[in-house]
Design a protein around this ligand. Structure first.
Ligand SMILES: [Zn+2]
Length: 484
């Protein structure tokens, strides 16, 4: 049987704020357990929340990036449930009147056509604490500890729609997640460091036989923190649900957990619906009035989003689409490219050296572009020298490597390491004559009309000079000698 696949995500991203959503505690990850806590974020009776303005602005910024309608009038709600990592016994979230609704977010569909994934809502909420079990397996744990540093950290939840342009395949799901993460990083709403738990999601999936208009029961897989695990869990679920449909069984709406070691999903509980959480308007916070001025200011300050930036790079710098999309994957990389361009007008060479050489160095040394020791102006000046033939590519690589190690300028490294190209005609002519003397058989071939050995001869000269000879000059001198 052929199926439509219907996938939607609830993505949680931790916002880039110094302090928590409703108190002044720091949000920095990696602090000793329970060192960033206070009576508000540990839910002491009698305390009152005070809303973090910056978090609201980040949420609006995300809403604009996802083409949502920004609600001028928004409301917080209590979501009631009991769990040890939630000391208040409720989470302050949004239910009716979220900050952002009815958006769309364009990805490339599997058919290569742009596909606007429906975004149902983006709302603001607080994170819960973190439970640490005494062993990896929850069932075998003798005890669990709880760290409230994360309790009250601001999150946005981005909910995609399952009726309006849902995600239709695993590959679209992967592209969607990658692009959402990229855009949140571009607008600096979240760093989205997956290893730190700053970008996590729940995913809903259901199948329906092709041609069928309704919806079958869907399952939700909770708390997924790696793209790989999400893809594996979805692959498993598609197979599991198809088998149930084909054997005439009945699907139930449920929440499942993905067991990474076994590669299967297991039922956790019947999926809760809104009534289970007994949502009601948060009585400790006034309703939010968002002014048009605030929305306008945030809109005016929005950075150029990756899709538009990639289009502009192709247009302005005449680089290929593939190069532009690689350079715009991270905002800091595209900034690096544009800053280097001030010092080197050969945009194609600049792009290719970033993609081939700089990325390689960053990877090898596990350095993020933000911490790249090479200044864009030094990089630009190096590539300009290569582009103008003042430096050969192999020497350029040596200089780049040294720049990465030391942070020095290319000019200083060339001087210190004595890498200055050999351009003096008399020195090069002497080398050419030497090589001609040493390779009589190659010379005979050239004189008989075979041009092939010329490259071999140039290679010999480059070897003698440690790659420092200017290859264009060598070729010219060699031709003159051989043809005279
Ligand atoms: Zn606190």
């Amino acid at each position: 049987m052929d199926y439509d696949i219907i996938i939607c995500f609830e993505i949680h991203a931790e916002l880039n704020t110094e302090s928590k959503l409703f108190c002044g505690c720091f949000t920095k990850p990696g602090a000793p357990p329970n060192s960033h806590v206070c009576p508000v974020c540990t839910g002491h009776p009698g305390t009152l929340p005070v809303l973090n303005r910056k978090a609201v602005e980040h949420c609006i910024r995300a809403g604009l990036a996802f083409n949502c309608k920004i609600n001028r009038h928004a409301r917080f709600a209590r979501k009631n449930y009991f769990y040890p990592d939630l000391p208040k016994g409720y989470q302050i979230s949004q239910y009716e009147l979220p900050l952002c609704e009815d958006g769309e977010f364009e990805i490339e569909g599997d058919d290569g056509v742009p596909y606007p994934v429906g975004i149902k809502r983006i709302h603001l909420e607080e994170d819960a604490g973190k439970l640490v079990h005494s062993t990896k397996s929850f069932d075998e744990s003798r005890y669990s500890l709880v760290d409230y540093n994360r309790s009250g950290v601001p999150l946005i939840e981005i909910v995609s729609d399952h009726t309006r342009n849902p995600i239709r395949s695993l590959s679209e799901a992967k592209r969607y997640l990658e692009k959402v993460r990229q855009v949140l990083q571009y607008i600096e709403a979240s760093q989205c460091i997956i290893e730190e738990g700053q970008f996590r999601c729940d995913v809903n999936i259901s199948l329906r036989p092709k041609g069928y208009e309704g919806y079958l029961e869907r399952s939700e897989i909770k708390n997924m923190a790696s793209f790989r695990a999400i893809m594996d869990a979805l692959t498993y679920e598609i197979k599991r649900q198809a088998e149930i449909i084909e054997s005439g069984g009945e699907l139930t709406q449920e929440t499942r957990l993905y067991d990474e070691e076994k590669g299967i999903t297991i039922p956790m509980r019947g999926k809760e619906d809104a009534p289970d959480y007994r949502y009601f308007p948060e009585p400790d916070l006034v309703e939010l009035e968002i002014s048009q001025e605030l929305i306008n200011r945030i809109r005016a300050e929005m950075p150029e989003l990756p899709r538009f930036k990639a289009e502009r790079l192709v247009r302005e710098y005449h680089i290929s689409q593939t190069e532009a999309s690689l350079l715009t994957k991270q905002r800091k990389v595209s900034d690096f490219f544009e800053q280097s361009f001030t010092y080197c007008k050969d945009s194609k060479k600049l792009a290719s050296w970033i993609i081939k050489e700089l990325f390689k160095l960053l990877n090898e040394h596990s350095v993020a572009i933000e911490d790249c020791p090479i200044a864009p102006k030094h990089f630009g000046r190096l590539i300009a020298m290569i582009s103008q033939g003042q430096l050969t590519e192999p020497i350029g690589r040596i200089v780049l490597d040294e720049m990465f190690q030391t942070g020095k300028s290319p000019e200083i490294i060339i001087q210190e390491k004595d890498l200055k190209p050999i351009q003096q005609d008399d020195v090069l002519t002497q080398l050419v004559e030497e090589v001609i003397r040493e390779n009589p058989s190659a010379i005979d071939k050239v004189r008989q009309g075979d041009t092939q050995p010329i490259n071999f001869l140039i290679g010999q000269i480059m070897r003698k000079t440690g790659g420092k000879a200017d290859p264009h000059k060598v070729r010219k001198l060699l031709s003159v000698k051989l043809l005279s």
